[in-house]
Design a protein around this ligand. Structure first.
Ligand code: ZN
Length: 282
């Protein structure tokens, strides 16, 4: 079933409201629990990747990670963060949101550089395909997984790549802009829900100008950066597979239908030097 834009919009406002509230709560609780929060970055934390994996999930995590590292791009991105001069990137597994994943707990230093971030992977990351409307890349894997052309580990590694895409994007986002978004998005959504969903409201126009778009646009843009990185991983991963172009054509159809404004970033990856076929992408 196709989700129509207006319905999607209201749902998304609720969704972004929730996401930003969580971000704000996380910041507040991090500040409160600074002394006892084991994920808090302290002066003794060495930059690089910290894997905080409960024993019961270690085996599956190792499989997902080696799948990600089986590609040149996965290896290069992992190395970049493993030897990062400043950033402590924590990767952990949580049982809530079991088929999903998320990135957050961002911290910046006094120079405005990102110094901490956490990727939380669901404990059943190798299952579940998110909607093609916002996840055109991960969703496209579904028929290939059903046909056993790829395994659940490839799906999990694509989700990990999606999160790496978020980390790369947030690294180039100014801290003051991000903080302003966390602060103003709930206010935007509150007005939106009380003014008859009128995005032309001057108060909303003003907030959107300050924070680089309305909450849905900001959220969409972030998710499509995640998806672009998942596509980069898959390009390497399926490069020599017979179904390579079928997968890319499926991604292309979803991008054209739902993410037309963001097509360029996906087309770039399909056409980039090194790809054997562009599979119809121009
Ligand atoms: Zn995402």
């Amino acid at each position: 079933m196709r989700i129509t834009r207006p319905i999607g919009l209201s749902v998304l406002f609720m969704l972004t409201l929730g996401a930003f509230q969580i971000a704000a709560q996380q910041s507040a609780s991090l500040a409160r629990n600074a002394a006892r929060d084991k994920y808090m970055v302290s002066a003794t934390d060495v930059a690089g990747i910290r894997e905080v994996i409960p024993d019961k999930y270690q085996k599956r995590y190792d499989e997902w990670k080696s799948e990600f590292l089986s590609t040149d791009i996965g290896k290069a991105q992992w190395e970049m963060y493993a030897h990062h001069p400043r950033l402590v990137l924590t990767i952990t597994i949580i049982s809530s949101n079991s088929e999903g994943a998320g990135s957050g707990k961002y911290k910046w230093n006094e120079n405005g550089e990102l110094v901490a971030a956490t990727i939380s992977l669901g404990s059943r990351l190798d299952q579940g395909f998110p909607t093609s409307v916002y996840y055109p890349v991960m969703n496209a894997l579904e028929p290939f997984e059903s046909a056993k052309l790829i395994s659940g580990n490839t799906l999990a590694a694509a989700k990990l790549a999606h999160e790496f895409g978020h980390i790369m994007k947030i690294s180039s986002t100014r801290q003051d802009l991000y903080s302003l978004q966390v602060q103003l998005v709930p206010i935007y959504n509150k007005i939106f829900l009380s003014n008859g969903h009128n995005v032309a409201d001057p108060r909303l126009v003003e907030i959107a100008q300050k924070i680089g778009g309305n909450p849905v646009e900001i959220w969409e843009d972030r998710e499509y950066w995640g998806e672009a990185n998942a596509m980069l991983f898959l390009r390497d991963r399926v490069e020599k597979e017979k179904f390579h172009c079928r997968l890319f054509a499926k991604i292309k159809r979803a991008v054209e239908e739902y993410a037309k404004n963001y097509e360029e970033r996906f087309a770039e990856i399909a056409k980039e030097q090194g790809a054997i076929y562009t599979c119809g992408w121009r």
